[in-house]
Design a binder for this molecule. Structure first.
Ligand code: XMP
Length: 517
């Protein structure tokens, strides 16, 4: 195992991704609690992340001293390099020309850090992003590579196995970065690359059995990948002690609820209660246009309906449920490093079903807490879920309600559902589905004039959205070929009554968000 000490970089999670892709388990902990994590995890190596602070600041974050004292290999990246230098007796200064973005490092000396990957005399592309820099190294360290603005691009103490880089090996724009990180965790730290989904499945099943014993578990299925994978895994562990509940709020995509029901009943034979509550939800939402109100109404109705169904489960003579399963993922669990101290601004409230466990007095079973999204997909495949299901784009809890800005009506939802299905069908046919993080249609509350045949139309505008992203935190709009967009638009206008104009959203995140509401 490897411990990643987080100093608040935007890309710390990518370090963990790269380490796990190398087959090694790792955990991210904020610098404030890294000492306890170090004791609990007993890592074979430590990686210090980048971060926005300056080591020159009063109260600058630092690594727990034991990181350097126990003789384990350490890799300090960017801020991690600066704090390493500072903590071990070197000097860091600000006010140098900042190097952002692409840079080239030139290798002057060999180092175990890139042994077998980079050689002396070579130049390699890396990604830099910092203004402060080390100006005097601690005893035992030497410079191994430089770049024009970074005389200490790589500095290491080979004897103590402390390696530092001013660049970010974890980002995509450092082409050899994944290899360097793998080499660090496997060859230098000596971790066995045996963190696979098959191994995880076995371990997770054991943990679920231990936690649940002969208790009963209920699990809400959303139609998405996470809750489905959690449910299949738990069913494998405890069989029919699990009951799933699917609340169809009428805001899902075309056929989505049906597909999940068929998969669970037909293929896996997992006990499933499916409730068609679409009338309740849509009546409550009719005419509501404020996005946060929509979320609140959906969230609280969901809890009511779910609680009612769950209450019934206990009356079948097999006992009351004591556990609630959730498909919580690692990015929701990682405690984030905050430098502002104050509360962060709420952009959107995503906690659709927050409060449910307390209200029902249930303990949580969260078997996916340690996994990233793509690991959950790999686990889903390992458990035999169909590829098309496992590869589904993320879908928000409030569903189509937040893709229908303005007041919601049943009719609008139907129009939107049809347009969305055609759009996704075109994307799949063009072989683009897996290259896109999320793609969906939005039905705008605007009518425009058109002409069809000889007649005038006055119908709604449909906006198409598609983004690429690694985690949904930032996103770029997807660059389609115009012919593709033209063909998709034509099909939507021809086949969906109520839409006579289609536009494409070219906003990235930031400044936009992925969803329109
Ligand atoms: P935004 O729109 O904030 O979305 O850029 C980021 C990711 O979160 C999803 N999303 C939601 N998921 N409940 C959810 O479960 C919500 O209320 C919600 N709002 C946005 C969105 O689909 C994207 O993947």
């Amino acid at each position: 195992r490897v411990l990643i000490v987080d100093f608040g970089s935007q890309v710390t999670q990518l370090i963990a991704r790269r380490v796990r892709e190398a087959g090694v388990y790792c955990e991210i902990h904020p610098f404030q609690s890294a000492a306890e994590a170090f004791d609990a995890l007993r890592p074979k190596g430590v990686i210090l992340s980048g971060g926005p602070a300056s080591v020159l600041d009063h109260d600058a974050p630092s690594a727990p001293p034991m990181v350097f004292e126990t003789g384990l290999p350490v890799l300090g990246i960017c801020y991690g390099q600066q704090t390493t230098a500072q903590q071990l007796g070197g000097t860091v200064e600000g006010g140098h020309p900042a190097e952002f973005g692409r840079a080239f490092v030139e290798i002057h000396e060999p180092s175990a850090l890139y042994d077998g990957i980079w050689s002396v005399g070579e130049r390699h592309q890396v990604w830099m992003s910092h203004g402060d820099r080390v100006t005097r190294l601690p005893d035992g360290f030497a410079v191994r590579a430089t770049s024009p603005n970074a005389p200490f691009a790589i500095a290491t103490d080979e004897e103590r196995r402390i390696y530092t880089t001013m660049f970010h090996p974890e980002v995509y724009h450092t082409p050899d970065g994944a290899k360097l990180l793998k080499h660090f965790v496997v060859d230098i730290c000596g971790c066995r690359p045996d963190w696979t989904m098959a191994a995880f499945r076995e371990e997770a099943i054991g943990r679920i059995r231990e936690q649940v014993g002969d208790g009963r578990v209920i699990c809400g299925l959303s139609g998405g990948v996470d809750s489905a994978v959690a449910a299949v895994l738990i069913h494998e562990a405890i069989g029919d002690q699990l009951t799933c509940i699917l609340v169809d709020h009428g805001l899902m995509r075309m056929n989505e609820a049906r597909e999940v029901v068929d998969l669970f009943r037909g293929h896996y034979n997992i006990p499933l209660i499916d409730v068609d509550a679409s009338d309740t939800f849509i009546s409550a939402l009719e005419g509501v246009s404020d996005p946060e109100r929509k979320r609140k109404i959906i969230g609280s109705l969901f809890i009511d309906v779910f609680q009612e169904e769950a209450g019934r489960i206990g009356t079948d003579g097999k006992g009351e449920p004591q556990f609630l399963a959730q498909g919580t993922l690692y990015p929701d669990v990682i405690e984030s490093v905050s430098f502002t101290g104050g509360p962060s601004v709420t952009i959107k409230s995503h906690h659709n079903v927050g409060g449910l466990p307390e209200r029902m007095n249930l303990k949580l079973v969260e078997p996916l807490r340690e996994l990233f999204k793509d690991e959950v997909r790999a686990l889903g495949r390992e458990l035999g879920l169909p590829d098309a299901f496992v590869g589904r784009h993320p879908f928000p809890g409030p569903g189509l309600a937040i893709r229908c800005p303005g007041g919601i009506t049943r009719e609008k939802l139907e129009i939107l559902r049809k347009a969305d299905a055609i759009y996704l069908d075109e994307i799949r046919k063009a072989g683009l589905y897996d290259a896109i993080w999320q793609a969906f249609a939005v039905l705008l509350p605007v009518q425009t004039v058109g002409v069809m045949g000889d007649g005038r139309t006055y119908d709604f505008v449909c906006a198409l959205r598609a983004v690429t992203s690694v985690d949904g935190m930032t996103a770029d709009f997807f660059h389609y070929d115009m012919d593709f967009l033209g063909a998709a638009a034509t099909r939507i206008i021809n086949e969906v009554k109520g839409i006579n104009r289609v536009v494409y959203d070219v906003t990235s995140k930031p400044p936009g968000t992925i969803e329109w509401e």
